[in-house]
Design a protein around this ligand. Sequence first.
Ligand code: CTP
Length: 397
Amino acid sequence: MAEKQVLLIVGGGIAAYKALELTRLLRKAGIGVRPVMTRAAAQFVTPLSLAALAEDKVYEDIFSLTDEAEMGHIQLSRSADLIVVAPATADLMAKAANGLATDLATTTLLATDTPVLMAPAMNVRMWLHPATQRNLAALKADGVAFVGPDEGAMACGEFGPGRMAEPVAIFAEISALLATSQPLVGRHVIVTAGPTVEPIDPVRMLTNRSSGKQGYAIAQALAALGADVTLVSGPTALSSPPGVRRVDVETAREMLAACEAALPADAAICVAAVADWRPEHVGDRKMKKGPGGPPTFSLVENPDILATLAQAGARRPQLVVGFAAETNDIDDNARAKLARKGCDWIVANDVSQEGVMGGDDNTVSIVSAAGVERWTKTAKSEVARKLAARIAEALNP
Ligand code: CTP
């Protein structure tokens, strides 16, 4: 599936630094960013920073032969699914409202019929000025969407409306605008991620080294395709992906209960490293050292969340996907697991490869009734994007 593209016009205001964070969020979600900077914007953030985060060149000048040769301004304005202006300064809004085309940013805005989202940022008096409010009304009448501005303390020391919306809020708005044409809109997907923690006593526990990175990346990639995602997560050090509903749990039994409470769902992707066993008896007091030597405790098996969801009868999600950590006989083990759990696909991780557990890369095979498909070693975020695209295909045959 082709990546969605945003043309990001960065205006010249102090809030331009937030465009860097916005770019990072968009790229992390698999959305392409083609940056255009005004001359003034380049006084606030460097084109180099923006280009590095966007993984694309920055277009700055309508009279640049190289820019025009690589992509003319007309083509530039049509190459995106959405044009985002952040920060939209009072000057940019005024020019756009009046159809001026004095530089690359304003010419691009005039030469397009692509939807436009503006995130205004300016001093409170400039924002409240009748001229700006007139321009705002004109732009809205032209179909431009707006996010923010927020109210609060401003860089100029004043207080009031005019502060640019936070990057996560702009990101959420962009996702919503792009989502109308996305394949997973209206689909609910449950993703489990991270380790589970099983208490032994009030201070000790059984757990594992899962970082949650792969599961979080999948949740984010699904949300970028428009899915409504419930991320049921064991304890991790990760922040919630934007636009994803996260339910925090500790034990396997809590994880199962949270998944069942989140049903119905169109798909369940079980990425969590669930503790297979838990101590049978958990005391409410800390175990003490004593003359009797070290304690012994017996373990009981935890419920299998993947198998429970895959065998949930009428409540079974249409697509149930499990992960398997294998070091050897990967295909045979994965096939056996597919049958045992009753799921549709097993994504087999080859954990014999160094750096998979906790690392940023992954080498996976997709095992299903249709056979085995091996993917070459790639970043977990890329595995997530490919998998999300596959899930979208499976749900929309
Ligand atoms: N899983 C689960 N609930 C459990 C155990 C596992 O949902 N109680 C899910 C995991 O999220 C994963 C898959 O089942 O999708 C892993 O299966 P598992 O049987 O635990 O296999 P491995 O961990 O790969 O190891 P082993 O084959 O040694 O059991």
